[in-house]
Design a protein around this ligand. Structure first.
Ligand code: PXP
Length: 240
């Protein structure tokens, strides 16, 4: 199979985490978005959490107004977030499960178990011209449910793979192939680093990776542009 170009979406949430640690305006997520694009990011990803622990409404609006590459708005499927997304008009929304007590998005959505709520959110976003992605574990039942409720994209949660769980790469490979057969565009993300990105980047059906925490952490040592360029290089090499 010919491997199409693999896009890199840079998640800038943790620039806001650092900014919020002191309550001022530095470092600004918008500046990080602009640098990321200059370094080769194909898109910017931001998660507006219900508790606003990192990205805030004003960050989302500022980045939306300033960038020309696609904006991917990660959000819970709540009425509030659907309303903000429709106002913001990102290129895509990625619906994720959200728990106040979690440190990060620990698992994928239970699409099969939350059919009615998710179907409604997907329909409202699509009616506003926004592509919709569902963040799910690499599981066939979830893929089928995602296709059934009208999602355009699935983002496969790579957290278990990143933690080195046995058999996870095989699950990702098979889920990506299955998603493709169901007509879903395939993205992947969570916990990806220089060391583990290669095998995921090499999955032919995967068209976009969303990477955040590692890149922002690495930026402390080498700068954001260098970190992104190195990640981009590793993705391109793995892609062949
Ligand atoms: N994709 C989604 C849907 C996410 O929620 C996140 C952040 O939790 C990421 C990608 C990026 O994960 P990380 O920050 O571990 O690279």
């Amino acid at each position: 199979m010919l491997k199409p170009l693999l896009r890199l979406g840079v998640n800038i949430d943790h620039v806001a985490t650092l900014r919020n640690a002191r309550g001022g305006s530095h470092p600004a997520p918008l500046r990080a978005a602009e640098l990321a694009i200059a370094a080769g990011a194909d898109g910017i990803t931001m998660h507006l959490r219900e508790d606003r622990r990192h990205i805030r409404d004003a960050d989302m609006a500022a980045v939306r107004a300033a960038i020309r590459v696609p904006l991917n708005f990660e959000m819970a499927a709540t009425d509030e977030m659907v309303r903000i997304a429709i106002e913001t008009q990102p290129n895509a929304c990625c619906l994720v499960p959200e728990k106040r007590t979690e440190v990060t998005t620990e698992g994928g959505l239970d699409v099969a178990g939350q059919h009615a709520t998710l179907r409604l959110a997907v329909a409202s976003l699509k009616a506003a011209g926004i592509r919709v992605s569902l963040f799910i574990d690499p599981d066939v039942a979830q893929l089928r449910a995602a296709a059934d409720i009208g999602a355009d994209i699935v983002e496969l949660h790579t957290g278990a793979y990143a933690h080195g769980k046995d058999g996870e790469l095989a699950r990702l490979l098979s889920a990506a192939a299955q998603a493709n057969l169901l007509g879903l565009e395939v993205h992947a993300g969570h916990g990806l680093t220089y060391d583990n990105v290669g095998p995921v980047a090499a999955i032919p059906e995967v068209m976009e990776l969303n990477i955040g925490h590692f890149l922002i952490g690495e930026a402390v040592f080498v700068g954001l542009e260098a970190a992104i360029r190195r990640m981009r290089g590793l993705m391109d090499t793995a892609r062949g």
